[in-house]
Design a protein. Structure first.
Ligand SMILES: [Zn+2]
Lengths: 318, 306
């Protein structure tokens, strides 16, 4: 378990409790039950307190927590018969983007998502969840497959953003993102999207232009990273706390603004503290949201999506 | 003749207003350093007569030259909720807006108009880089939607001139949402079978490039325009890759298959007329300066009928 900076006091208490228990295991005569229980209680109270009203910047940190379940964890746990389909038929297979056909509650679907990786090796393999043009083009291809065979599409969004590299630019990063967003809008099948961690800018939009968009309670969705915003508008990357607040990138603010449809509650202390519970909640929400679109025909689905985006922006936080 | 007064007057007016400011009489080309006489530069659409460098041009100046006789009717754009996030960095967003409005004399970063170009009816939208870097916020999104709706209503093609540093951060997620919103507008044109021509001008970057500016039926860029998603500085800083000469410039993109054409601003109008008339199944145009339409169709009649 890795602790975030703001969780340091918690780390101390939980560390002490663990130490006590270890000592008791080594020395059978010691009775630490009462002391350990008191520490546990203190830790749990502190955890509740810390997570009760997370600031926007803290939410960014939780959203990026390395132990948080990632796309692959959700696919492994929620879908059956997952059959990965690779490549953009053009240049490469982008490992930052997972995708394929699978069953969700027995129903065939196409699932696509950005995967950040879970250790140094896989993080590099996955390019930290930053897709290149071929990742978006793979997504487009899979969405076309879904559309052809009348399978709903589920996307899991978790990316710092599109990859800023020479090759990515040369191969048309912008065009690939634009076409992926356009494909989302053209789908005659339901598209449900969940932001499970970071929804970073255009790289997220390309997957999240959905009929129904849900966000995990401590995930974020933003036009720019707080660090990037701070360095441009405050001319000081250290002002990321202020920038995070100003950007209104939390699920709670985005719900008020009418940008997202649903917030998925996370276990106390964030998805990283109880991965199974978080994954199960996401699964339940996706099924519910897909169910809400049962019986809608192709044109109704397309119109609903269009209308939603055309009307977006009429709600203000004031 | 009615059109002469309409046609000539705006040019005289603009000449007068600029003459009042003597330091504006000469302008130095930022590329070759040549001092250019203002009137000459304006006549050449802000393209350096010495080296061909394309300087910025406002949407209004562009439309003055694009539409026959400089006559066009603005398409009304719905005003969005002002400052929806109550955004404040070192300055308040409404203060930044006021400053931009004062500096440019424009309401926002995009101008939409309808009129005729070489006798060809069109709707055009142009982004204003001088207004907060042309940034795409809700107004720009509304402008693109209004432009597409008007084009569909009139059965006309849409020509969009892009110029932007990207999304408007002060509108946070709502600026990001203009990527799908503007794409809905592109879809409307597509469904109606109407041409959507994008002219990418310097610079077109970020979320703008990654949405409506890259979805044209025909993609034309002005020479040497910077066109990218992530800018060269971002790439150099984060990835530490050495970038080749001309990277992300119009000609480089053309070479990499990302554009149809790179065309000088001074040739653009004729080229747009040619392309649009073919795509619309219209007979070839009579090239050159055409008089303004006798009846500026649904336009508000100019005040003077002299
Ligand atoms: Zn020059």
């Amino acid at each position: 378990m890795q602790y975030l900076e703001f969780e340091k006091p918690l780390a101390e208490i939980e560390g002490k409790a663990n130490e006590l228990r270890a000592m008791a295991t080594a020395n059978q005569e010691m009775d630490v039950k009462a002391e350990a229980a008191a520490l546990d209680k203190k830790a749990s109270e502190l955890l509740t307190d810390l997570y009760k009203d997370l600031s926007a910047w803290r939410k960014c940190q939780v959203a990026r927590h390395p132990d948080r379940p990632h796309c692959k964890d959700y696919i492994d746990a929620l879908f059956t018969e997952y059959t990965p389909l690779a490549g953009d038929r053009n240049f490469a297979d982008d490992h930052a983007v997972m995708g394929g056909i699978a069953r969700l509650d027995d129903r065939p679907v196409v699932v696509i998502g950005q995967e950040k990786g879970s250790d140094t090796k896989t993080r590099i393999e996955r390019n930290f969840g930053m897709a290149r043009p071929e990742g978006y083009r793979k997504a487009i291809r899979l969405m076309e497959l879904a559309d052809k065979f009348n399978m709903p599409v589920v996307t899991l969004v978790d990316t710092p953003g599109a990859y800023p590299g020479k090759g990515a630019e040369e191969r048309g990063q912008s065009e690939a993102i634009a076409r992926s967003t356009q494909k989302c809008l053209q789908l005659g099948v339901p598209l449900v999207s969940v932001i499970i961690g970071e929804g970073g800018s255009g790289g997220a939009v390309a997957f999240a232009t959905a009929n129904k968009l849900a966000m995990l309670e401590h995930s974020v969705y933003s036009v720019i990273s707080p660090e990037g915003c701070a360095s441009i508008l405050w001319k000081d990357a250290e002002k990321m706390r202020e920038a995070a607040e100003a950007l209104r990138l939390t699920a709670q603010d985005l719900k008020k603004l009418g940008v997202i449809d649903h917030i998925i509650k996370e276990p106390l202390g964030g998805a990283q503290r109880d991965r199974e519970a978080a994954i199960a909640s996401v699964g339940k929400t996706v099924s519910t949201l897909l169910g809400e679109m049962d019986g809608m025909d192709r044109s109704a689905l397309i119109q609903q999506r269009r209308k939603k985006f055309l009307e977006m922006g009429s709600k203000s936080l004031a | 003749m009615n059109w002469i007064s309409n046609y000539v007057r705006p040019k005289i007016n603009s000449l007068f207003s600029r003459r009042e400011v003597p330091e504006n009489l000469w302008r130095k080309c930022d590329e070759c350093g040549t001092m250019l006489f203002h009137r000459e530069l304006t006549d050449n659409l802000n393209v350096c007569t010495s080296c061909g460098h394309h300087m910025a041009i406002t949407p209004r100046e562009r439309f003055d030259n694009l539409f026959d006789g400089g006559i066009f009717t603005e398409v009304k754009v719905k005003a969005p909720v002002a400052d929806p996030l109550q955004f404040k960095d070192q300055k308040k967003y409404p203060d930044r807006m006021k400053a931009a409005q004062k500096n440019t004399g424009e309401a926002e970063a995009m101008l939409v108009a309808e009129g005729q170009m070489g006798g060809t009816p069109i709707v055009a939208a142009a982004q204003d880089f001088s207004f907060m870097g042309g940034s795409m916020g809700m107004y720009v999104g509304n402008a693109i939607v209004a432009a597409a709706e008007r084009a569909v209503e009139l059965g006309r093609p849409l020509i969009l001139f892009s110029a932007a540093g990207g999304a408007r951060m002060q509108e946070g997620i709502l600026s990001l949402m203009q990527m799908p919103r503007s794409t809905v507008a592109v879809e409307m044109l597509k469904e109606a079978g109407l041409p959507y021509i994008v002219v990418l001008t310097h610079p077109t970057t970020g979320g703008v490039t990654a949405s409506y500016a890259m979805l044209g039926d025909v993609q034309i860029a002005e020479p040497n325009a910077l066109i990218c998603f992530a800018g060269p500085r971002v790439i150099e800083q984060t990835i530490r890759e050495k970038l080749p000469e001309g990277f992300q410039r119009a000609e480089y993109l053309l070479d990499h298959g990302m554009l149809d054409r790179v065309t000088a601003r001074t040739e653009m109008r004729d080229e747009l007329i040619t392309i649009i008339r073919m795509l619309m199944g219209q007979p070839p145009a009579i090239k050159g300066e055409l008089p303004a339409p006798a009846e500026p169709a649904p336009a508000e009649e100019p005040a003077d009928k002299a």
